[in-house]
Design a protein. Structure first.
Length: 286
């Protein structure tokens, strides 16, 4: 059975899942997206992802066809059509078909695309031994240009940083902001444990407000781990006790090295371990 993809109200075979070459999503990266997960047939933090999708769209003056409830139902329908209980879910909203010219007002029919598939995870050894990161020379988008809070189809900046990481043999790369502070990674938020406090950059450091990030902050508070959303620099990572990343795809993953320097003892730390366990319980709905 071929994988079914949802495109604007219809479930089609993956081979037939096509959109126009005149769609501004393709021509200009004009659109927004979300990446979600389902565990045991339940979509994790669905409302939060839909809220962020609607906010991203609002920020680029794009009206998403239909309601959040209709989108939630369409996600459910797509998962069921593919008999997926543990899945990766990609929602894409494009500006729609237009003319060769930037003007979004000349676009009609924004497309709603829902792709569900098996999850491609980092290899298990990355979770056991931890990741190594390099700092990319490519900085995160300047917040006064395209806001990093918008999950837009324009990910080239992060792709450039990802290429830097891959060329250095790393699956993720650290991105700094325009002030030289730590922002986040190409598709994951970053945390450090320093002097017993869990620290992560604030939203106004120019980052995506990750939904996994927010869940981990809540889990840490519940576990009575001191938490601070404060700006910090690469120096704070070099001298940190622990470091980890969060994201819908990666979940919570330890980081043990930055730019060739071991972090803490150079192995995944105890607070990271506790939060990985708490997160696993949380996604299973415990
Ligand atoms: N920062 C950036 C720049 C992201 O794109 C995150 C942080 C983590 O956010 P969430 O809400 O997922 O905790 C992201 C999320 C993919 C993929 O297929 C990318 C993301 C999420 C899932 C899949 O590349 N980015």
């Amino acid at each position: 059975m071929s994988l079914k993809v949802y495109i604007s109200g219809r479930l089609v075979d993956k081979e037939d899942a096509k959109i126009s070459v005149f769609d501004h999503g393709l021509l200009y990266g004009d659109g927004v997206f979300e990446g979600l997960r389902s565990y045991n047939g339940r979509v994790f933090e669905l409302d939060e992802h839909l809220d962020r999708l609607w906010e991203s769209a609002r920020a680029i003056h794009l009206q998403i066809p239909g309601t959040k409830a209709e989108m939630a139902a369409a996600v459910e329908e797509t998962l069921q059509a593919n008999q997926l209980r543990d899945a990766y879910i990609r929602l894409v909203i494009t500006r729609g078909r237009g003319t060769l010219g930037l003007d979004p007002n000349r676009c009609s029919d924004p497309q709603v695309i829902i792709i569900t598939d098996k999850i491609a995870l980092y290899p298990p050894e990355n979770y056991e031994q931890g990741l190594e990161l390099v700092t990319a020379a490519t900085i995160r988008n300047h917040p006064a240009a395209l806001s990093p809070r918008i999950k837009s189809l324009n990910y080239l900046n992060n792709i450039m940083a990802k290429i830097e990481g891959l060329r250095a043999g790393c699956v993720e790369a650290l991105m700094l902001n325009h002030k030289g502070e730590v922002a986040e990674c190409t598709g994951d938020n970053i945390f450090v444990v320093r002097r017993g406090t869990l620290m992560t950059p604030p939203i106004d450091a120019g980052i995506l407000e990750g939904i996994t990030r927010n869940v981990v902050l809540r889990l840490a508070r519940e576990a009575q781990i001191p938490v601070a959303e404060v700006p910090f620099t690469r120096h704070d990572i070099f001298v940190a006790e622990e470091c980890f990343l969060t994201g819908s795809a990666a979940e919570v993953i330890p980081v043990v090295k930055l730019d060739g320097r071991p972090i803490g003892e150079g192995v995944p730390g105890p607070i990271t371990g506790r939060l990985i366990q708490a997160f696993r319980r949380c996604v299973q709905g415990d």
